[in-house]
Design a protein around this ligand. Sequence first.
Ligand SMILES: C[S@@+](CC[C@H](N)C(=O)[O-])C[C@H]1O[C@@H](n2cnc3c(N)ncnc32)[C@H](O)[C@@H]1O
Length: 281
Amino acid sequence: MPGPEQIRDSQRQAWAGLAAGWAKWDSVIMDQLGPVGAAIMDGLGVVDGRRHLDIASGTGEPGLSIARRWPAGHVVLTDLVPEMLDVAARRARAQGIANIDTTVCGADELPFDGDSFDSVSVRFGYMFFPDLARATAEFARVLKPGGRLCSSVWIEPERNPWTATAMRAIATEVVLPTPAPDAPGMFRCAAPGRVSALYADVGLSDIAEWDVPVHLVTESPDQYWQVVSEHVAPVVAALRQVDQPARERIRARAVADVRAFKANGVVRVPGLARCIVGTAP
Ligand SMILES: C[S@@+](CC[C@H](N)C(=O)[O-])C[C@H]1O[C@@H](n2cnc3c(N)ncnc32)[C@H](O)[C@@H]1O
């Protein structure tokens, strides 16, 4: 298992390379993940005029939605990767959202004072942190007493055909290594109770988990392939290992398989996320 600095370096490199794909397919990705952002906002119960911290904001969500909904509040968007936060800042400008700022930092070394935020969100970031316990301790440290932390993670691949369809096609050409236990990756936090236990260890209370269904909706099977092959981290990483003919066979297989999800003129592939909320002492 690589050390924390190696994990940070490889995450930095991977996400810097994915920023353009996330920007290109912004509306498709945001439509897919929107229900999870909405669930996180419900879990946080944020009220206007407060200070909110969004961790691993990537291209800005759910931080920007929180800033839009609570215009008298202030939201700090953070991420390890400046290229992702640049897209977030562009999205904020395009949407006329001014009550935000951005800070490049890792989740387990937050450059903020203790007790300085009323709430913290982490949408699909937990799985990539070098040290989950240390990151959770940081979230608890910066939260004011009674402030809430709400995060989301992916449930196992079988419940997420939106990535599993592409990964199954890739597996026909590439031997995908079994990830080391607790190695960073999309499904690292899939086990029920995994994130809740981290919350409990740092003294959060009123911890609850619930599942949130999502759908990746594209205009066609071909567009499904473009979207997932240009922004989904494990798909992009695996495709780097193959030559052009193999890539074309994988594409053809994924496009054929995803037709099973075609209905009413679109391709609607399901997935399932889990949200976890807790309250600081
Ligand atoms: C799947 S994206 C989620 C982006 C956004 N929250 C969303 O839901 O649309 C994961 C993000 O985690 C960030 N990340 C990876 N390792 C990190 C770390 N150690 N600390 C903070 N952010 C990290 C990546 O740069 C990437 O932007």
